[in-house]
Design a protein around this ligand. Structure first.
Ligand SMILES: *Cc1c(COP(=O)(O)O)cnc(C)c1O
Length: 347
């Protein structure tokens, strides 16, 4: 086989959800964020696995993403839509029984006119200035909203992966002020917020990246493993170069393996000089540029030619690749691309 294999450990995924669930009190409900196709790992598979682990609430970014989740889960589990109730969303919200998080007065009017009585949530902006009602909008709408079928009031933290950042306490204060006296379930925290402590938990938490094994949940088990088949191996003499732009020159007699995966598969070119690929635990440096479909690996140190090499494993995680590329694990995962053979394993 010459396609690379992305192996997704569903037991680790479920274990990460249970661990994040256990990080808050029993009265706090832990949802699961499955937007962006379950952070690139297949939203349907992810949602089914987490439903089996005990999740009853799921979150997506836009209503279209909910179709695969509803199909995987059937009726019952709640599906929150962060972008709210946009123009053209009404049929999906109705047919798929979604709970939109309303972000503005316009969305509120659209929702109660189009689907009177249909449950909704409200997203408040507490300082991130990205999505959600401004405090003044909320003040104008609050009594009306509380008289309708409102299910949840939420907001989102801008700096939760930096525990010492003063923005966390500031947003917490604003959220408490804005929701004072509302007898409605509240939600403030994604993965980072869960780790900030109980005053950030409220009634519902919304972890995403931690489920998939990423920072800032440092106790997470890795979920994604990437194995790349070797297509060709050659000997290169000292002074010869490898790849586009001749960026790597052999300093000694070298053995070079060409492996199937490239920047079209989410291996960003910028990660090349710092990234290793593993043969049974032995790190081998990636040399030369990353091409669209191929990378080249210096396997001179190996005693045997490998059939395949590992790019993501217990030694080199999504966060390591992110560091090598100057980005975050979220971007590595969601960029992994459609060309991999995705293999799901569970005990
Ligand atoms: C993406 C997202 C989450 C999940 O965040 P993680 O950092 O991945 O845990 C939660 N809430 C909102 C509003 C989001 O956009």
């Amino acid at each position: 086989m010459t396609t690379s294999t992305l192996t997704i450990d569903l037991d680790a995924l479920a274990g990460n959800w249970r661990a994040l669930d256990a990080a808050s009190d029993a009265g706090v409900e832990t949802s699961a964020v499955v937007k962006a196709n379950g952070y690139g790992l297949d939203a349907g598979r992810v949602a089914r696995t987490l439903a089996r682990a005990g999740a009853r609430k799921f979150c997506v970014a836009v209503a279209e993403e909910a179709a695969a989740i509803r199909q995987a889960l059937g009726p019952g589990p709640e599906i929150y839509v962060f972008s709210g109730h946009g123009r053209g969303d009404t049929d999906m919200i109705h047919d798929l029984q979604l709970t939109p998080m309303l972000n503005s007065i316009d969305q509120m009017l659209r929702h109660v006119e189009a689907l009177p009585g249909h449950g909704f949530g409200v997203q408040l902006d507490t300082g991130m200035n990205r999505l959600g009602m401004e405090p003044a909008e909320w003040a104008a709408l609050r009594d009306i909203a509380l008289g309708q079928n409102i299910q949840l009031i939420m907001s989102h933290l801008a700096c939760a992966d930096e525990p010492e950042h003063p923005m966390n306490a500031q947003q917490l204060q604003v959220f408490n002020d804005l929701t004072q006296g509302c007898d409605i379930p509240r939600s403030l925290s994604a993965t980072g917020g869960i780790l900030l402590g109980p005053e950030y938990h409220f009634d519902v938490t919304r972890p995403g990246i931690g489920l998939y094994g990423g920072f800032p949940f440092s106790d997470a088990q890795p979920v994604a493993y990437l194995s790349l088949p070797v297509i060709q191996i050659r000997d290169v003499a000292p002074g010869e170069t490898v790849g586009y732009g001749n960026t790597w020159t052999a300093a000694r007699p070298s053995r070079i393996a060409t492996v199937s995966a490239g920047y079209a598969d989410g291996l960003h070119r910028i990660m090349a000089p710092r990234t290793q690929v593993y043969a049974n635990g032995v790190p081998c440096p990636l040399v030369g540029r990353i091409s669209m479909d191929l990378i080249t690996i210096d396997i001179t140190e190996l005693s045997e030619d490998p059939d395949e090499l590992e790019l993501l494993n217990a030694q080199q995680t999504v966060d390591d690749l992110a560091n090598n590329a100057g980005t975050i694990g979220y971007e590595i995962l969601t960029a992994l691309g459609g060309r991999y053979h995705r293999r799901y394993v569970s005990s």
